[in-house]
Design a protein around this ligand. Structure first.
Ligand SMILES: NC(=O)c1ccc[n+]([C@@H]2O[C@H](COP(=O)([O-])OP(=O)(O)OC[C@H]3O[C@@H](n4cnc5c(N)ncnc54)[C@H](O)[C@@H]3O)[C@@H](O)[C@H]2O)c1
Length: 339
């Protein structure tokens, strides 16, 4: 039997960077989260492969999702590869993504998803802050870890501020490598007009912050409870390992996860779940439920809220769709016959 020909578009990392902006990605992430919370997205928890057992300092995820509100199927594949940090030849996170027709399975596009991940990690956090950070007045934010994800976060905060969705008066950038943070501060200045402070000291940088974002490759907690404001803080923990003093988590008024099952395996809550210190009953809500309006976010300016956001593949797929549509419109990408 002869079948029809199927062509997919291949989009490179450079293509993606030219196709989707942070402000666009921010709106896409919020729309996706609201739809996911309303049941219009099917996203099984990511399948996580940890390759340490085989002597490799790598982990790899498989992240499929179906976006019913867009009639779109997709999967992201990839993870963190520590060897890349040593060689400097590739970023720590390396990922690819496939978009497909949910009726026929035919692939529309195959694309690099490293920048898509940076967009997703940043915009997921910024959207979460609209609901979970203090609701009155300008936000003072601190981003700890100014690698790829931390930079994406700061750019997403800049987009949130520029859109007028939330006023962000200060962004602190903290990294062990202050030279890298200083270099990035110059990039951030192009899209952010508020105050930027660069520091190598977490203790000095978190003292007066309303939002503390951790996005490092640290393997042990790096933010102590006694360093932060006693009330009214939103902690967004994004790293794969716990980054906050366990007392911050255990004493929080609300614990939010982007997806509870995913958080059993990775991220801020993992060890507290493994040791029985928190269970699903301690979870206030998953982020999509809050964005969909099924649960209120912050209700009291005094609340301390911890969000463990290890990343929803559905946001990557929604953002990738925008890249695909823009690529088709602008004639970007290489067509490849797959079938
Ligand atoms: N939540 C998500 O959606 C998501 C997505 C991708 C990656 N991640 C995770 O986020 C983390 C960062 O990933 P990345 O791609 O930005 O890596 P990266 O290597 O690009 O950046 C990590 C940064 O953390 C800094 N750092 C490490 N230890 C530190 C410490 N003790 N204090 C201050 N800074 C420190 C490093 O100097 C580096 O700049 C990883 O744990 C990764 O697995 C999360």
């Amino acid at each position: 039997m002869t079948f029809k020909k199927v062509e997919a578009i291949v989009l490179t990392e450079d293509d993606i960077r030219s196709l989707v902006s942070f402000p666009e990605a921010l709106s896409i992430a919020e729309e996706l989260l609201a739809n996911q919370g309303s049941g219009a997205v099917d996203m099984p928890p990511k399948v996580a492969l940890d390759l340490k057992r085989f002597g490799l300092e790598s982990y790899c995820n498989s992240m499929p999702a179906y976006l019913h509100y867009k009639k779109l199927l997709g999967i992201k594949f990839g993870g963190g590869f520590s060897d890349n940090v040593r060689t400097g030849q590739l970023p720590y996170m390396v990922q690819t993504l496939i978009l497909a027709n949910p009726v026929t399975g035919e692939p529309y596009a195959l694309m690099s998803a490293t920048y898509l991940t940076i967009l997703k990690t940043g915009t997921e956090t910024a959207v979460s802050a609209k609901f979970l950070a203090k609701q009155d007045g300008a936000l003072k934010v601190c981003v700890i870890g100014v690698g790829d994800q931390g930079q994406g976060n700061a750019l997403a905060w800049a987009a949130l501020d520029a859109q007028g969705a939330r006023k962000v008066s200060e962004i602190g950038l903290v990294d062990l490598d202050t030279g890298k943070a200083e270099q990035f501060a110059k990039v951030l200045e192009r899209s952010y007009k508020g105050k930027i402070q660069v520091s190598g000291s977490i203790e000095k940088s978190v003292a007066d912050r309303d939002v503390i974002v951790t996005t490092t490759t640290a393997v042990k907690p790096i933010v102590k409870k006694e360093w932060v404001k006693p009330q009214g803080v939103y902690f967004a923990s994004l790293g794969s390992n716990p980054e906050l003093d366990p007392q911050i988590v255990l004493s929080a008024d609300k614990l939010v996860a982007d997806n509870w099952v995913q958080n059993e395996h990775r991220g801020e809550f993992r060890e507290l779940i493994a040791t029985g210190k928190i269970t699903r009953r301690n979870l206030y809500a998953e982020l999509p439920e809050i964005v969909a309006g099924k649960q209120p976010g912050r209700v009291d300016p005094k609340e301390n809220i911890v969000g463990s956001l290890i990343g929803l593949g559905s946001i990557d797929i929604a953002t990738a769709w925008q890249a695909y549509l823009a690529a088709k419109e602008r004639g970007i990408g290489q067509k490849v016959r797959l079938m």
